[in-house]
Design a protein around this ligand. Structure first.
Ligand SMILES: NC(=O)c1ccc[n+]([C@@H]2O[C@H](COP(=O)([O-])OP(=O)(O)OC[C@H]3O[C@@H](n4cnc5c(N)ncnc54)[C@H](OP(=O)(O)O)[C@@H]3O)[C@@H](O)[C@H]2O)c1
Length: 235
């Protein structure tokens, strides 16, 4: 059994990961912006044993919330050994952005990259103490190659991939293993406006949850650093 922090757990990939890991008996500490919105969902705390689930306010744009979330988790569970970073936003701001779009570039870097760094930094001591820590981060194929005209999103994910590599190196001797999950389109709210591929042909969020579950069961010598998941051929 692991004790797992999951950001962005109220929606899409994070929601399916949380449900899967709860159903396997892990303890989860979920970071969400709107706690009320969990009512009636598959991870409504009403449906799970009280000692297995903790819901916390977490907003990547609120600099106090990561430490509060971590402190709550320690108060409730005593320790944790796993962090899963799912919170993220998409941005269509183009290379030739206009003045009004500049704030969105900063926001995308903050939510997708800087706040993940902060959460990992603040979690590091506890992950080291566990002597068997895991970090799983939803990067993207956009963190491996630039396609189209999406420099804000893509740059934030390239930066995130670099962070994952640094953490892999830094955490190796502490038995922390890091995995960067890099899907193309996944059938969630984020991909709802995509018309180039049918929704049922996209990777499903349940498939990513299945992969996370497997990664967390693997011994440290077999944890993959990177998973590239294409739902369509890219050549
Ligand atoms: N869907 C895809 O095609 C795809 C492909 C590759 C990678 N990814 C990555 O996978 C991750 C999960 O995305 P998804 O597909 O599950 O999309 P989603 O359904 O839109 O979920 C995004 C999650 O991020 C949360 N979030 C957004 N801004 C936040 C903030 N300021 N503070 C805290 N949480 C915030 C959202 O919370 P609210 O509901 O409160 O907004 C939501 O829980 C993201 O990092 C995304 O970049 C997605």
């Amino acid at each position: 059994m692991r004790t797992i922090l999951i950001s962005g757990a109220n929606s899409g990939i994070g929601l399916k990961i949380a449900n899967k890991l709860l159903s396997e008996g892990n303890r989860v500490s979920l970071g969400v912006r709107n706690i009320e919105a969990l009512k009636g969902t598959i991870i409504d705390p009403e449906f799970w044993p009280k000692n297995q689930i903790l819901i916390n306010y977490y907003d990547a744009l609120d600099d106090n919330s990561p430490q509060d979330w971590i402190s709550n988790t320690i108060n409730q569970f005593g320790s944790f050994d796993t962090l899963i970073n799912c919170a993220g936003i998409f941005s269509r701001v183009p290379f030739l952005y206009n003045k009004k779009e500049k704030d969105e570039i900063y926001k995308t870097m903050k939510v997708n990259f800087l706040s993940v760094w902060e959460l990992c930094r603040l979690s590091w001591k506890n992950l080291c103490l566990s002597n068997n820590g895991r970090i799983i981060t939803l990067v993207s194929m956009s963190g491996k190659r630039s396609k189209g005209d999406l420099p804000a999103y893509s740059s934030s994910k390239f930066a995130l991939m670099s962070l994952c590599q640094t953490m892999r190196n830094k955490g190796w001797d502490k038995n922390i293993r890091v995995t960067a999950i890099c899907p193309s389109w996944v059938n969630t709210k984020m991909a709802s406006k995509v018309e180039s591929i049918r929704k049922d042909e996209m990777t499903q969020p349940e498939d990513i949850a299945e992969l996370c579950s497997t990664i967390l069961k693997l011994p440290k010598q077999s944890v993959p650093f990177e998973l590239s998941i294409n739902c369509n051929l890219e050549i």
